[in-house]
Design a protein around this ligand. Structure first.
Ligand code: SF4
Length: 351
């Protein structure tokens, strides 16, 4: 492998795949200087080094050149998602630093705090957030404030408008949360399907940043408790309020980061292969060569109009399949803030 790299690899941006004997892609990587990067694998000092391990498991290297390091980064992500190479743990670890709030589907959705997003799902995610434990506490407050369930996913649900179910299934006792008014009790006919759905809408509105309902209701409870001189209860409510406010603040910061990652990003490429990336809300929504003719310029303007067309309201939701790219782009512009100097708003770029 080393001889092949030495004789044929060029020092320019690209992505590479390490393959095992039976053709399995065991590792995917990217490099700004491909040849230098690949040769470094054969200089690993210790057998436990990542490079030594990759070379031990691989018998073949394949690579493709890309116009730039940024293009290599995007291609690496695409390949990792497609092939899920078993030695690519670094990226997963990055994502696992963050917590996400997931709203499950089904008759009675519930909130879960998860690390990273499952590739399987078409579920709704909010995040990323730092501090899984604090996010977990805030989610508990949200559940309590809005009466959402927090039991196991498989818990059978019996809404009060499911009469036919009650004829066949005896009403089972709920849990303590229903008894103390912290859950609407969709498992024991404590609410209708619509009532539960309305609460889920409120949670979504809060997580989208369009409603402060849960915070306002906790604040009103706190004021009432304080006026009634129930100071212990007022103190407890103040702590709950604080946790929800922390969560909301994190949302606002996150929304700001996501919104600020919306621009046209021209990237000079190797050998003049310059590209233009249309980035909206932290994801690449379009890419083309730097236009050189009127026709190409018209095509770019068309793409810009499509990608940056105003939407009625932006949401804080992140589809599961976009989370990795969002994390990748925010980390790229955090590592290389000078790259932002080249970015332009869609309007400025067209002008
Ligand atoms: S009352 Fe029923 S639905 Fe609510 S958390 Fe308890 S078991 Fe789940």
């Amino acid at each position: 492998m080393r001889a092949i790299v030495r004789s044929t690899a060029e020092d320019r941006p690209g992505v590479y795949r390490m393959l095992s004997d039976d053709g399995e892609i065991v590792y995917v990587g990217k490099a700004k200087r491909l040849r230098t990067r690949l040769l470094s694998y054969f200089r690993a000092s210790f057998p436990e080094d990542k490079g030594a391990r990759v070379v031990r498991e691989a018998t073949r290297i394949e690579w493709d050149y890309t116009p730039s390091e940024f293009a290599a980064l995007l291609e690496e992500l695409r390949l990792i998602k497609q092939f899920r190479p078993r030695l690519n743990v670094a990226m997963k670890r990055d994502v696992r630093h963050f917590a996400f709030i997931k709203l499950t589907r089904g008759a009675a959705p519930k909130l879960l705090v998860v690390r990273g997003a499952g590739a399987e799902d078409a579920q709704v995610y909010y995040g990323p957030f730092h501090g899984a434990q604090r996010v977990g506490e805030a989610v508990r407050e949200l559940n309590d404030a809005l009466g959402l369930r927090d039991c196991r996913l498989e818990q059978p649900m019996h809404f009060s408008d499911q009469r036919e179910l009650f004829q066949n299934f005896p009403r089972t006792p709920g849990c303590i949360r229903y008894e103390i008014g912290k859950c609407l009790g969709p498992c024991v006919g404590g609410c209708t399907t619509t009532e539960y759905r309305q609460r889920v809408q409120l949670v979504r509105a809060f997580l989208d940043g369009s409603s402060d309902g849960p915070i306002e209701s906790l604040r009103a409870d706190m004021v009432r408790a304080s006026e009634a001189m129930e100071f212990e209860r007022a103190g407890m409510l103040r702590d709950k309020l604080q946790r929800l406010e922390d969560l909301r603040e994190q949302f606002m910061r996150f929304r700001f980061v996501v919104e600020s990652l919306s621009f046209v990003y021209p990237v000079p490429g190797h050998g003049g292969d310059d590209r233009v990336y249309l980035i909206r809300r932290g994801r690449v929504r379009g890419e083309m060569h730097q236009p050189r003719t009127d026709e190409e310029r018209d095509r770019l303007v068309e793409m810009l109009t499509d990608v940056f067309e105003p939407v009625e309201r932006e949401t804080a939701q992140v589809p599961a399949h976009e989370i990795d790219e969002l994390m990748l782009l925010s980390s790229w512009f955090r590592r290389f803030p000078e790259e932002l100097d080249r970015s332009q708003s869609a309007a400025a770029f067209v002008a």
